[in-house]
Design a protein around this ligand. Structure first.
Ligand SMILES: C[S@@+](CC[C@H](N)C(=O)[O-])C[C@H]1O[C@@H](n2cnc3c(N)ncnc32)[C@H](O)[C@@H]1O
Length: 223
């Protein structure tokens, strides 16, 4: 949950959605677009979109994250109001049934939030995200890529946990699932149409040390 500005990959996705909606319908407006931010963290992505006029709901199971997000919301309330946007953060897991009607959202976001889900939780997250998105709704997801990542290889070799391609970082008791491109496409395409796959490299910090990690990014659509 570093920084309070959205990452470039997320901003590129928003530009893509703008162009795609305009291409398909002839018009685009952020106003009234309904967004679900899965694992909203400090709220930076949700608030960015609320400042554009979107109606955003952030889910996070960490009370600390909800507090941080509400603090950022308070600091941004004038800009959100001027644009006619709305944002709420609620304490909700992303790996159990969402208490939301089907076909509600135009866009769902998982900006590096589902890495720590187990297999069963990941299936629920996928089917629930599919259910609450409207037809033609967009889904952005970002996570840890196994391919070409030396640190992933090291972690899998030394700290492998019970589930496939999953390790548990010792000092954090945190499990993470890394995906190969093939497994990733197989999993998400069971529900969604894949519009785009991207790979990026970033440094993540554990225990005050920086590690080079590879990430995957998917743009998807409910058809
Ligand atoms: C790496 S942070 C990313 C936060 C935000 N998406 C961003 O881009 O800044 C992952 C977030 O997902 C949340 N998270 C992880 N597992 C979750 C779960 N099962 N249910 C709800 N939130 C979860 C964490 O609490 C954390 O805030």
């Amino acid at each position: 949950m570093m920084g309070d500005k959205p990452q470039k990959s997320f901003l590129r996705f928003i530009s893509f959605v703008k162009k795609d909606i305009k291409k398909n319908t002839g018009i685009f407006s952020f106003l009234n677009l309904k967004i679900l931010d899965l694992g909203s963290g400090n709220g930076k992505n949700s608030i960015f979109l609320a400042k554009k006029g979107c109606d955003v709901l952030g889910f996070d199971f960490s009370q600390d994250a909800i507090l941080l997000a509400n603090k950022l919301k308070e600091e941004s309330k004038k800009e959100i109001k001027i644009q006619g946007g709305k944002v709420d953060f609620i304490n909700n897991a992303i790996d159990s049934k969402f208490n939301i009607s089907s076909d509600t959202f135009d866009i769902a976001l998982d900006v590096t939030s589902s890495n720590s889900l187990n297999q069963k939780g990941r299936e629920i997250y996928l089917s629930e995200t599919y259910r609450v998105l409207k037809k033609d709704g967009y889904f952005f997801a970002r996570g840890l890529l196994k391919d070409g990542d030396k640190n992933a290889k090291y972690l899998l070799k030394n700290f492998h946990s019970k589930e496939y391609d999953t390790y548990t970082i010792p000092s954090f008791e945190l499990s993470e699932r890394v995906f190969s491109k093939n497994d990733l496409l197989k999993f998400y395409s069971s529900k969604f149409k894949i519009l785009k796959f991207e790979k990026e490299t970033h440094y993540t910090t554990y225990d005050n040390k920086k590690y080079k990690r590879n990430f995957w990014i998917l743009y998807m659509k409910k058809i």
